[in-house]
Design a protein around this ligand. Structure first.
Ligand SMILES: Cc1cc2nc3c(=O)[nH]c(=O)nc-3n(C[C@H](O)[C@H](O)[C@H](O)COP(=O)(O)OP(=O)(O)OC[C@H]3O[C@@H](n4cnc5c(N)ncnc54)[C@H](O)[C@@H]3O)c2cc1C
Length: 368
Protein backbone atom coordinates (compact mmCIF):
# COMPACT_ATOMS: atom_id res chain seq x y z
CA UNK A 1 0.00 0.00 0.00
CA UNK A 2 1.36 3.40 -0.96
CA UNK A 3 1.73 6.12 1.61
CA UNK A 4 -1.01 8.73 1.21
CA UNK A 5 0.70 11.57 -0.68
CA UNK A 6 0.85 15.13 0.56
CA UNK A 7 0.52 17.61 -2.29
CA UNK A 8 2.09 21.05 -2.67
CA UNK A 9 2.75 22.65 -6.03
CA UNK A 10 6.56 22.97 -5.92
CA UNK A 11 6.79 19.39 -4.68
CA UNK A 12 4.73 18.08 -7.61
CA UNK A 13 7.15 19.65 -10.10
CA UNK A 14 10.14 18.36 -8.16
CA UNK A 15 8.52 14.90 -8.15
CA UNK A 16 8.11 15.05 -11.92
CA UNK A 17 11.76 16.06 -12.29
CA UNK A 18 12.88 13.12 -10.15
CA UNK A 19 10.81 10.64 -12.16
CA UNK A 20 12.08 12.21 -15.40
CA UNK A 21 15.71 11.81 -14.31
CA UNK A 22 15.09 8.18 -13.43
CA UNK A 23 13.31 7.56 -16.76
CA UNK A 24 16.09 9.28 -18.72
CA UNK A 25 18.67 6.94 -17.22
CA UNK A 26 16.70 3.85 -18.21
CA UNK A 27 15.29 4.97 -21.56
CA UNK A 28 18.04 3.40 -23.67
CA UNK A 29 17.54 0.01 -22.02
CA UNK A 30 13.78 0.16 -22.62
CA UNK A 31 14.12 1.06 -26.30
CA UNK A 32 13.02 -2.34 -27.60
CA UNK A 33 9.84 -3.93 -28.92
CA UNK A 34 7.41 -5.04 -26.24
CA UNK A 35 9.06 -2.97 -23.50
CA UNK A 36 7.14 -1.02 -20.87
CA UNK A 37 8.41 1.44 -18.24
CA UNK A 38 7.07 -0.52 -15.27
CA UNK A 39 9.54 0.83 -12.70
CA UNK A 40 8.92 4.37 -13.92
CA UNK A 41 5.17 3.93 -13.35
CA UNK A 42 5.97 2.72 -9.85
CA UNK A 43 8.07 5.85 -9.38
CA UNK A 44 5.15 8.02 -10.55
CA UNK A 45 2.92 6.23 -8.02
CA UNK A 46 5.44 6.60 -5.19
CA UNK A 47 5.86 10.30 -5.92
CA UNK A 48 2.07 10.70 -5.70
CA UNK A 49 1.76 11.73 -9.35
CA UNK A 50 -0.79 9.03 -10.26
CA UNK A 51 -3.16 10.53 -7.67
CA UNK A 52 -2.16 14.20 -8.07
CA UNK A 53 -4.84 14.99 -10.71
CA UNK A 54 -7.62 13.98 -8.28
CA UNK A 55 -9.37 16.77 -6.37
CA UNK A 56 -8.27 17.18 -2.73
CA UNK A 57 -11.62 15.85 -1.44
CA UNK A 58 -10.77 12.52 -3.16
CA UNK A 59 -7.23 12.47 -1.81
CA UNK A 60 -5.48 14.20 -4.71
CA UNK A 61 -3.58 17.42 -5.30
CA UNK A 62 -6.06 19.08 -7.65
CA UNK A 63 -3.36 19.09 -10.33
CA UNK A 64 -4.79 20.58 -13.54
CA UNK A 65 -8.08 21.66 -12.05
CA UNK A 66 -7.76 25.43 -12.12
CA UNK A 67 -5.83 27.77 -14.39
CA UNK A 68 -2.73 27.93 -12.15
CA UNK A 69 -2.47 24.23 -11.55
CA UNK A 70 -3.25 23.49 -15.21
CA UNK A 71 -0.08 25.41 -16.09
CA UNK A 72 1.69 23.32 -13.44
CA UNK A 73 0.31 20.12 -15.02
CA UNK A 74 1.69 21.36 -18.35
CA UNK A 75 5.13 21.67 -16.73
CA UNK A 76 4.82 18.25 -15.10
CA UNK A 77 3.92 16.68 -18.47
CA UNK A 78 6.79 18.51 -20.18
CA UNK A 79 9.25 17.28 -17.55
CA UNK A 80 8.11 13.69 -17.83
CA UNK A 81 8.05 13.87 -21.64
CA UNK A 82 11.62 15.20 -21.59
CA UNK A 83 12.72 12.24 -19.45
CA UNK A 84 10.92 9.70 -21.63
CA UNK A 85 8.33 10.28 -24.35
CA UNK A 86 6.84 6.77 -23.94
CA UNK A 87 6.40 7.39 -20.21
CA UNK A 88 4.93 10.82 -20.93
CA UNK A 89 2.41 9.27 -23.33
CA UNK A 90 1.34 6.72 -20.73
CA UNK A 91 1.07 9.28 -17.94
CA UNK A 92 -0.94 11.59 -20.23
CA UNK A 93 -3.41 8.76 -20.87
CA UNK A 94 -3.71 8.18 -17.12
CA UNK A 95 -4.44 11.87 -16.46
CA UNK A 96 -6.95 11.92 -19.33
CA UNK A 97 -8.82 8.88 -18.00
CA UNK A 98 -9.07 10.30 -14.48
CA UNK A 99 -10.29 13.60 -15.93
CA UNK A 100 -13.06 11.85 -17.87
CA UNK A 101 -14.21 9.88 -14.82
CA UNK A 102 -14.22 13.10 -12.80
CA UNK A 103 -16.12 14.98 -15.52
CA UNK A 104 -18.74 12.38 -16.36
CA UNK A 105 -18.71 9.59 -13.75
CA UNK A 106 -21.07 9.33 -10.78
CA UNK A 107 -19.85 9.94 -7.19
CA UNK A 108 -19.31 6.22 -6.48
CA UNK A 109 -17.39 5.74 -9.74
CA UNK A 110 -15.24 8.75 -8.87
CA UNK A 111 -14.59 7.45 -5.38
CA UNK A 112 -13.57 4.03 -6.70
CA UNK A 113 -11.34 5.50 -9.40
CA UNK A 114 -9.68 7.72 -6.79
CA UNK A 115 -9.05 4.73 -4.52
CA UNK A 116 -7.50 2.87 -7.47
CA UNK A 117 -5.26 5.78 -8.44
CA UNK A 118 -4.17 6.21 -4.81
CA UNK A 119 -3.36 2.49 -4.73
CA UNK A 120 -1.04 2.98 -7.73
CA UNK A 121 -3.28 1.54 -10.45
CA UNK A 122 -2.60 2.82 -13.95
CA UNK A 123 -5.45 4.15 -16.10
CA UNK A 124 -5.56 4.65 -19.88
CA UNK A 125 -7.94 5.90 -22.57
CA UNK A 126 -8.39 3.66 -25.59
CA UNK A 127 -10.52 5.23 -28.30
CA UNK A 128 -8.97 4.02 -31.56
CA UNK A 129 -10.96 1.19 -33.13
CA UNK A 130 -9.87 -1.66 -35.32
CA UNK A 131 -11.46 -0.74 -38.67
CA UNK A 132 -12.62 -4.32 -39.31
CA UNK A 133 -13.78 -5.03 -35.76
CA UNK A 134 -14.66 -1.76 -33.98
CA UNK A 135 -15.61 -2.10 -30.33
CA UNK A 136 -19.35 -2.33 -29.75
CA UNK A 137 -21.59 -3.48 -26.93
CA UNK A 138 -24.98 -5.13 -27.06
CA UNK A 139 -26.83 -6.66 -24.11
CA UNK A 140 -23.88 -5.92 -21.83
CA UNK A 141 -21.43 -7.97 -23.94
CA UNK A 142 -18.52 -6.50 -25.90
CA UNK A 143 -17.49 -7.37 -29.46
CA UNK A 144 -14.39 -6.17 -31.30
CA UNK A 145 -11.11 -4.65 -30.34
CA UNK A 146 -9.16 -1.46 -29.80
CA UNK A 147 -5.87 -0.74 -31.54
CA UNK A 148 -3.07 1.75 -30.79
CA UNK A 149 -3.82 1.33 -27.09
CA UNK A 150 -0.85 2.54 -25.02
CA UNK A 151 -0.01 0.47 -22.00
CA UNK A 152 -1.82 -2.57 -23.46
CA UNK A 153 -1.30 -5.41 -21.01
CA UNK A 154 -0.24 -2.98 -18.26
CA UNK A 155 -3.12 -0.57 -17.79
CA UNK A 156 -5.26 -1.82 -14.91
CA UNK A 157 -8.25 0.46 -15.57
CA UNK A 158 -9.02 1.09 -19.24
CA UNK A 159 -11.49 3.75 -20.25
CA UNK A 160 -12.73 2.61 -23.66
CA UNK A 161 -15.31 3.97 -26.07
CA UNK A 162 -17.84 1.51 -27.49
CA UNK A 163 -20.70 1.84 -29.96
CA UNK A 164 -24.05 0.82 -28.45
CA UNK A 165 -27.65 0.92 -29.75
CA UNK A 166 -28.05 4.11 -27.66
CA UNK A 167 -24.93 5.78 -29.13
CA UNK A 168 -21.22 5.80 -28.22
CA UNK A 169 -20.54 5.15 -24.54
CA UNK A 170 -17.51 5.22 -22.25
CA UNK A 171 -16.76 2.13 -20.17
CA UNK A 172 -14.22 1.84 -17.40
CA UNK A 173 -12.94 -1.75 -17.49
CA UNK A 174 -10.67 -3.50 -14.99
CA UNK A 175 -7.91 -5.53 -16.65
CA UNK A 176 -5.25 -7.77 -15.20
CA UNK A 177 -1.61 -7.91 -16.33
CA UNK A 178 -1.34 -9.02 -19.97
CA UNK A 179 -5.09 -9.61 -20.29
CA UNK A 180 -6.34 -9.58 -23.93
CA UNK A 181 -3.31 -7.58 -25.10
CA UNK A 182 -1.31 -8.13 -28.29
CA UNK A 183 1.77 -5.97 -28.84
CA UNK A 184 2.96 -7.81 -31.97
CA UNK A 185 1.59 -5.12 -34.32
CA UNK A 186 3.49 -2.26 -32.63
CA UNK A 187 6.39 -2.01 -35.07
CA UNK A 188 6.61 1.79 -35.11
CA UNK A 189 9.93 3.56 -35.66
CA UNK A 190 9.81 5.11 -32.18
CA UNK A 191 7.86 5.00 -28.89
CA UNK A 192 8.77 1.34 -28.62
CA UNK A 193 8.49 1.34 -24.81
CA UNK A 194 4.90 2.61 -24.80
CA UNK A 195 3.38 -0.88 -25.20
CA UNK A 196 0.96 0.53 -27.75
CA UNK A 197 -0.93 -2.53 -28.87
CA UNK A 198 -4.27 -4.12 -29.71
CA UNK A 199 -6.69 -5.23 -27.02
CA UNK A 200 -9.39 -7.74 -27.94
CA UNK A 201 -12.55 -7.39 -25.85
CA UNK A 202 -14.59 -10.05 -27.64
CA UNK A 203 -17.11 -11.64 -25.29
CA UNK A 204 -16.29 -9.53 -22.21
CA UNK A 205 -19.34 -8.96 -20.01
CA UNK A 206 -19.74 -5.41 -18.77
CA UNK A 207 -21.69 -4.54 -15.62
CA UNK A 208 -23.79 -1.37 -15.72
CA UNK A 209 -21.53 0.10 -13.02
CA UNK A 210 -18.77 0.33 -15.67
CA UNK A 211 -20.71 2.81 -17.82
CA UNK A 212 -19.32 6.34 -17.45
CA UNK A 213 -21.64 9.23 -18.30
CA UNK A 214 -24.14 9.27 -21.13
CA UNK A 215 -23.98 8.46 -24.81
CA UNK A 216 -21.88 11.03 -26.66
CA UNK A 217 -20.06 12.36 -23.57
CA UNK A 218 -16.61 11.29 -24.79
CA UNK A 219 -16.84 13.56 -27.83
CA UNK A 220 -18.36 16.46 -25.90
CA UNK A 221 -16.55 19.75 -26.44
CA UNK A 222 -14.45 21.50 -25.35
CA UNK A 223 -12.96 18.56 -23.40
CA UNK A 224 -12.67 16.21 -26.40
CA UNK A 225 -10.54 18.36 -28.74
CA UNK A 226 -9.27 20.75 -26.07
CA UNK A 227 -7.66 17.94 -24.07
CA UNK A 228 -5.07 17.69 -26.86
CA UNK A 229 -3.06 20.34 -25.01
CA UNK A 230 -1.77 17.59 -22.71
CA UNK A 231 -0.11 15.56 -25.49
CA UNK A 232 1.28 18.84 -26.81
CA UNK A 233 2.94 19.34 -23.42
CA UNK A 234 4.53 15.88 -23.59
CA UNK A 235 5.71 16.50 -27.17
CA UNK A 236 7.16 19.88 -26.13
CA UNK A 237 9.09 18.11 -23.37
CA UNK A 238 10.54 15.73 -25.97
CA UNK A 239 11.54 18.67 -28.18
CA UNK A 240 13.24 20.34 -25.18
CA UNK A 241 15.21 17.16 -24.56
CA UNK A 242 16.34 17.05 -28.17
CA UNK A 243 17.57 20.64 -28.03
CA UNK A 244 19.41 19.98 -24.81
CA UNK A 245 21.09 16.87 -26.30
CA UNK A 246 22.08 18.87 -29.38
CA UNK A 247 23.63 21.68 -27.31
CA UNK A 248 25.48 19.24 -25.07
CA UNK A 249 26.90 17.42 -28.10
CA UNK A 250 28.11 20.66 -29.68
CA UNK A 251 29.72 21.83 -26.45
CA UNK A 252 31.47 18.48 -25.93
CA UNK A 253 32.90 18.56 -29.45
CA UNK A 254 33.93 22.21 -29.16
CA UNK A 255 31.61 23.08 -32.07
CA UNK A 256 29.55 25.60 -30.14
CA UNK A 257 31.30 28.75 -31.36
CA UNK A 258 30.52 28.09 -35.01
CA UNK A 259 28.03 30.74 -36.29
CA UNK A 260 25.87 28.23 -38.18
CA UNK A 261 25.52 26.08 -35.07
CA UNK A 262 24.64 29.16 -33.02
CA UNK A 263 21.94 30.16 -35.49
CA UNK A 264 20.38 26.70 -35.36
CA UNK A 265 20.57 26.63 -31.54
CA UNK A 266 19.01 30.10 -31.33
CA UNK A 267 16.21 29.27 -33.77
CA UNK A 268 15.51 26.02 -31.94
CA UNK A 269 15.34 27.74 -28.55
CA UNK A 270 12.92 30.32 -29.98
CA UNK A 271 10.75 27.55 -31.46
CA UNK A 272 10.75 25.71 -28.14
CA UNK A 273 9.73 28.83 -26.25
CA UNK A 274 6.89 29.44 -28.71
CA UNK A 275 5.62 25.89 -28.21
CA UNK A 276 5.93 26.19 -24.42
CA UNK A 277 4.01 29.48 -24.28
CA UNK A 278 1.20 28.12 -26.45
CA UNK A 279 0.94 24.94 -24.39
CA UNK A 280 0.84 26.80 -21.07
CA UNK A 281 -1.75 29.23 -22.40
CA UNK A 282 -3.82 26.39 -23.85
CA UNK A 283 -3.74 24.67 -20.44
CA UNK A 284 -4.93 27.86 -18.72
CA UNK A 285 -7.66 28.49 -21.28
CA UNK A 286 -8.99 24.95 -20.87
CA UNK A 287 -9.12 25.25 -17.08
CA UNK A 288 -10.99 28.54 -16.82
CA UNK A 289 -14.53 29.50 -17.72
CA UNK A 290 -13.76 32.91 -19.22
CA UNK A 291 -13.62 31.64 -22.82
CA UNK A 292 -16.53 30.07 -24.72
CA UNK A 293 -16.01 26.37 -25.55
CA UNK A 294 -15.49 26.96 -29.28
CA UNK A 295 -12.73 29.49 -28.55
CA UNK A 296 -10.96 26.99 -26.28
CA UNK A 297 -11.15 24.29 -28.94
CA UNK A 298 -9.89 26.67 -31.63
CA UNK A 299 -6.96 27.75 -29.45
CA UNK A 300 -5.90 24.15 -28.83
CA UNK A 301 -6.41 23.23 -32.50
CA UNK A 302 -4.04 26.03 -33.51
CA UNK A 303 -1.62 25.08 -30.73
CA UNK A 304 -1.37 21.65 -32.33
CA UNK A 305 0.07 23.15 -35.52
CA UNK A 306 2.39 25.46 -33.57
CA UNK A 307 3.85 22.60 -31.50
CA UNK A 308 4.18 20.29 -34.50
CA UNK A 309 6.04 22.92 -36.53
CA UNK A 310 8.28 23.86 -33.58
CA UNK A 311 9.14 20.23 -32.84
CA UNK A 312 9.86 19.44 -36.50
CA UNK A 313 12.08 22.53 -36.74
CA UNK A 314 14.03 21.46 -33.65
CA UNK A 315 14.27 17.91 -34.99
CA UNK A 316 15.70 19.12 -38.32
CA UNK A 317 18.11 21.55 -36.65
CA UNK A 318 19.31 18.92 -34.16
CA UNK A 319 19.90 16.36 -36.90
CA UNK A 320 21.74 18.87 -39.10
CA UNK A 321 23.81 20.23 -36.21
CA UNK A 322 24.92 16.89 -34.79
CA UNK A 323 25.09 15.14 -38.15
CA UNK A 324 25.51 11.41 -38.61
CA UNK A 325 26.43 10.75 -34.97
CA UNK A 326 22.88 11.74 -34.05
CA UNK A 327 21.60 8.85 -36.17
CA UNK A 328 23.81 6.23 -34.53
CA UNK A 329 22.88 4.14 -31.53
CA UNK A 330 23.50 4.53 -28.62
CA UNK A 331 23.60 8.32 -29.02
CA UNK A 332 20.49 9.35 -27.05
CA UNK A 333 19.50 11.77 -29.80
CA UNK A 334 18.89 8.88 -32.15
CA UNK A 335 16.20 7.46 -29.85
CA UNK A 336 14.62 10.74 -28.79
CA UNK A 337 14.38 11.83 -32.46
CA UNK A 338 12.59 8.58 -33.36
CA UNK A 339 10.28 8.82 -30.36
CA UNK A 340 9.41 12.45 -31.10
CA UNK A 341 8.86 11.91 -34.84
CA UNK A 342 6.50 9.02 -34.03
CA UNK A 343 4.63 10.72 -31.20
CA UNK A 344 4.06 13.85 -33.29
CA UNK A 345 1.66 11.79 -35.42
CA UNK A 346 -1.71 12.54 -33.88
CA UNK A 347 -5.20 12.42 -35.41
CA UNK A 348 -6.35 14.72 -38.19
CA UNK A 349 -3.78 17.55 -37.93
CA UNK A 350 -5.00 19.24 -41.14
CA UNK A 351 -8.59 19.30 -39.91
CA UNK A 352 -7.49 20.78 -36.57
CA UNK A 353 -5.75 23.69 -38.32
CA UNK A 354 -8.64 24.18 -40.72
CA UNK A 355 -11.16 24.32 -37.86
CA UNK A 356 -8.95 26.73 -35.91
CA UNK A 357 -8.71 28.94 -39.00
CA UNK A 358 -12.47 28.83 -39.53
CA UNK A 359 -13.01 30.07 -35.96
CA UNK A 360 -10.54 32.93 -36.46
CA UNK A 361 -12.37 34.03 -39.61
CA UNK A 362 -15.70 34.10 -37.78
CA UNK A 363 -14.50 36.54 -35.10
CA UNK A 364 -14.85 40.30 -35.50
CA UNK A 365 -12.81 41.62 -32.59
CA UNK A 366 -9.87 39.18 -32.54
CA UNK A 367 -10.19 35.52 -31.58
CA UNK A 368 -9.02 35.64 -27.94
C1 LIG B 1 2.74 6.48 -29.45
C2 LIG B 1 1.29 6.52 -29.69
C3 LIG B 1 0.43 6.10 -28.69
C4 LIG B 1 -0.94 6.10 -28.90
N1 LIG B 1 -1.76 5.67 -27.89
C5 LIG B 1 -3.09 5.71 -28.06
C6 LIG B 1 -3.97 5.31 -27.00
O1 LIG B 1 -3.54 4.95 -25.91
N2 LIG B 1 -5.30 5.35 -27.23
C7 LIG B 1 -5.82 5.72 -28.44
O2 LIG B 1 -7.04 5.74 -28.59
N3 LIG B 1 -5.02 6.09 -29.46
C8 LIG B 1 -3.68 6.11 -29.29
N4 LIG B 1 -2.86 6.50 -30.33
C9 LIG B 1 -3.46 6.81 -31.61
C10 LIG B 1 -3.65 8.29 -31.82
O3 LIG B 1 -4.65 8.78 -30.96
C11 LIG B 1 -4.06 8.55 -33.27
O4 LIG B 1 -5.14 7.76 -33.62
C12 LIG B 1 -2.95 8.28 -34.23
O5 LIG B 1 -1.75 8.74 -33.74
C13 LIG B 1 -3.32 8.95 -35.54
O6 LIG B 1 -2.20 9.17 -36.32
P1 LIG B 1 -2.30 9.22 -37.89
O7 LIG B 1 -1.05 9.90 -38.36
O8 LIG B 1 -2.63 7.89 -38.41
O9 LIG B 1 -3.56 10.23 -38.08
P2 LIG B 1 -4.51 10.52 -39.28
O10 LIG B 1 -5.66 11.25 -38.70
O11 LIG B 1 -4.82 9.32 -40.12
O12 LIG B 1 -3.62 11.54 -40.10
C14 LIG B 1 -2.69 11.15 -41.12
C15 LIG B 1 -2.80 12.16 -42.25
O13 LIG B 1 -4.08 12.02 -42.89
C16 LIG B 1 -4.81 13.25 -42.85
N5 LIG B 1 -6.21 12.89 -42.73
C17 LIG B 1 -6.89 12.52 -41.62
N6 LIG B 1 -8.17 12.26 -41.90
C18 LIG B 1 -8.31 12.46 -43.24
C19 LIG B 1 -9.41 12.35 -44.15
N7 LIG B 1 -10.60 11.97 -43.73
N8 LIG B 1 -9.19 12.64 -45.45
C20 LIG B 1 -7.97 13.00 -45.89
N9 LIG B 1 -6.89 13.13 -45.08
C21 LIG B 1 -7.07 12.86 -43.78
C22 LIG B 1 -4.22 13.99 -41.67
O14 LIG B 1 -4.45 15.39 -41.71
C23 LIG B 1 -2.74 13.61 -41.79
O15 LIG B 1 -2.13 14.38 -42.80
C24 LIG B 1 -1.48 6.53 -30.14
C25 LIG B 1 -0.60 7.00 -31.14
C26 LIG B 1 0.76 7.01 -30.92
C27 LIG B 1 1.66 7.53 -32.01
Amino acid sequence: MLERPFFRHPEMLASAQRVASFARLRAQKLDRDGAFPEDEITALAEEGLLAAPLPPKLGGGGLGQDAGSAALLAQVLMQIGAGSLPLGRIYEGHVNALGLVLAYGGPEQQRRAAADALAGRLFGVWNTDDRQRPLCMEGGVLRGRKILASGAGWVGRALVTAATPDGPLMLLLPLSRGERADLSGWTAQGMRASATGAVDFEGMRVPSSALIGEAGDYQRQPVFSGGAWRFLAVQTGGAAELLSLMCRHLRELGRDSDPHQRVRAGESAAALETATLWVERAARHMAQDALPPEAKVAYVNLARGVVERAALEILTHAQRSVGLMGFMRPHPMERVARDLATYLRQPAPDLALQMGGAFVLEQEGGPW
